[in-house]
Ligand binder design. Structure first.
Ligand code: SAM
Length: 261
């Protein structure tokens, strides 16, 4: 099964990506755990450690899907709020701040809202769910303290447009952190990794989610994504300063960071 994404135009890609995520939305979290052996949780934890959330911040998580990153950011903001509140003598309460979860796919966001409800997250505010395209964000210029995108940028049709939009919505001093599958830094592992991704992952998709084709697409999209250095230069081209990256699990993933100065 192959989507043959090489031969399709931008609109078709957007439509097919939409179909993939609508199809996987309800099994998405289970599949993430199965495919990565739970590692995706540690990678997301690391993303949020690098972000260093603080109470009162205005945060945007793009391609936020079922809310995994947003929930971590909100919890870290709430911890900082409590800590500041305990240390402060001021009569005015410390504000929690706001996490905006933006995704092009309403089915993924609905799944996230259901999870947030189960975990009683964002009940007192602080969490908003917005359908929107990373290439045309429905947010004002200079309005965000930070921007994250986890396993999302490779699904976007025009990566340059998405990076330009990230730069536009960030205020001066704001940070971009992007977690994405990348190229293995240890070449000896490539054959093993290829065998796992091309043979095993689509089969897990078939058995667990009854959807081999969508998971075949996910594997193909990982292989087509630029390597660490190439992606860092795209981030620089969008205007970001201090661009760096950190490999996770030997380069299976990388977190790229940059600042709007
Ligand atoms: N960030 C979540 C996580 O790490 O669990 C979800 C990642 S999921 C692999 C990719 C998400 O990107 C999907 O929810 C999909 O709908 C979203 N997406 C794809 N193209 C997008 C676009 N152009 N703008 C915003 N979201 C997009």
């Amino acid at each position: 099964v192959s989507f043959g994404f090489q031969d399709i135009n931008a609109n078709e890609k957007k439509e097919r990506v939409g179909q993939v995520f609508s199809s996987v939305a309800s099994s998405y979290d289970t599949m993430n755990d199965l495919m990565s052996g739970g590692l995706h949780r540690l990678w997301k934890d690391r993303l949020v450690t690098r972000l260093q959330p603080f109470a009162g911040m205005c945060h945007l998580d793009v391609a936020g899907g079922t809310g995994d990153v947003a929930f971590r950011v909100l919890r870290a903001m709430a911890e900082d709020q409590t800590r500041q509140q305990e240390e402060s003598d001021a009569p005015t309460p410390v504000q929690l701040g706001q996490v905006h979860v933006c995704d092009i796919n309403p089915d993924m966001l609905r799944e996230g809202q259901r999870k947030a409800g189960q975990q009683r997250l964002g009940e007192g505010g602080g969490l908003s769910w917005i359908v929107g395209d990373a290439e045309q964000l429905p947010f004002q210029d200079n309005s965000m303290d930070a921007y994250t995108i986890a396993f999302g940028i490779r699904n976007v049709t025009n990566i340059d447009a998405a990076l330009d939009e990230a730069f536009r919505v960030l205020r001066k001093g704001g940070a971009l952190h992007c977690l994405e599958f990348s190229q293995l830094a240890l070449p000896g592992l490539r054959e093993l990794y290829d065998a796992y991704s091309f043979r095993v992952i689509p089969q897990i998709g078939r058995v667990v989610a009854n959807d081999e084709a969508s998971y075949q697409y996910l594997v193909e999209s990982i292989r087509r994504f630029p390597d660490q250095k190439t992606f860092a230069s795209l981030i620089r081209d969008a205007g970001f300063s201090g661009v760096s990256y950190e490999n996770l699990s030997g380069g299976i993933c990388a977190i790229h960071s940059g600042f709007r100065l």
